[in-house]
Design a protein around this ligand. Sequence first.
Ligand code: ATP
Ligand code: MG
Ligand code: FE
Length: 379
Amino acid sequence: GLILGIESSCDETSAAVVARGRDQLSNVVASQIATHARYGGVVPELASREHLLNIVPVIRASLADAGVAFADLDAIAVTEGPGLAGALLVGITYAKALAFALGKPLIAVNHLEGHIHAVLLEQAALDEAATPLPALALVVSGGHTHLYLTQQRGDSWHYSNVGRTVDDAAGEAFDKVAKLLGLGYPGGPWIDFLAAHGDPRAVPFSFAQIKSKPHRDNSARSGPASQYLFSFSGIKTAVLRYTQTHSLEASIQARQQALASMSNPRPQDALALCDEETLGLIASFQRAVVDDLRRKTFRAAEELGAASVLVSGGVAANRELRVRFTAEAADHGIPIAFPSLALSTDNAAMIAAAAWPKFLARDFAAEDLSAQASLTLGR
Ligand code: ATP
Ligand code: MG
Ligand code: FE
């Protein structure tokens, strides 16, 4: 039951060997953060080029770390989408060639399903009963903020998309707010660190109730209920307006220049460059986002009868989110699980884990598998 997982949907090239969907024999991640940092976001052309440079060494390292040879593998799994088309294609093309050359089955995995299985993979290694099903899964990353009611029937997994963002993803809000405050990229870890030094009640941010937009196919019954919709573009604008009305522009520019002059600036370096007002702004922003995610997630869990809550994706690495979600779960008497920090952001172990039930069901990819940039999960 050895599966090689390959992930190249965004700015991480990753390969992992996972046994029977639960034992991580290796998980190698080559991050492109350094490449994209000076642009303040992922540059698609640069991402594809780096994936091309990294894919062969990363796959070799994943096999070496696991102590297995190509011939030992039972299947090759690869991220089919969603993601950047050119980036996805690098992994898919390599995976197809490898599967063909080895005469092994190829399995296509939805990246979002992978994020959910990042939690399940580690839980299964501990104690399967710790995350009873159906589970409400919050996938919260740089490109997604989605709620899925997740169930298992036999070997197959079913996802029902019950909530989503109508505009920016939560991670995108962290990244944009960090950028407009003159902090580094990606913004999440900077805000996470600095928020711990500020007063989260300093600035009262609020979220309006989101009106449900008609679904693409115009059918009233499909699409998430409006109480589980998120919107994070408004708070980014509110932070910008605060910096303008409180004349923070000069200090933001000074901070940005000071960090730009350092060779490898870290969040700790920004602390001395932030006054109390800025730290309060950062802490209040983070508290508002975390509280909105927490309220809607637990409301959905309660109303939809979920037996546990799973939180994954890059923003699941946030410390305040973990603390406040864990406390809320205890209040509700509902078990909650997060991936380890390494499996919160993009990685291939989660792709190999999500592929295991498909391997058991002999759900293999067609020979003409191609990249699905806007692939969705569930209905
Ligand atoms: P996708 O959205 O397709 O899953 P992605 O690469 O954007 O892809 P991840 O790698 O899962 O997603 O997550 C990256 C995001 O997580 C970034 O927006 C980053 O700022 C955010 N992030 C990382 N660490 C933290 C943290 N400690 N607190 C808040 N956000 C964080
Ligand atoms: Mg990423
Ligand atoms: Fe991701």
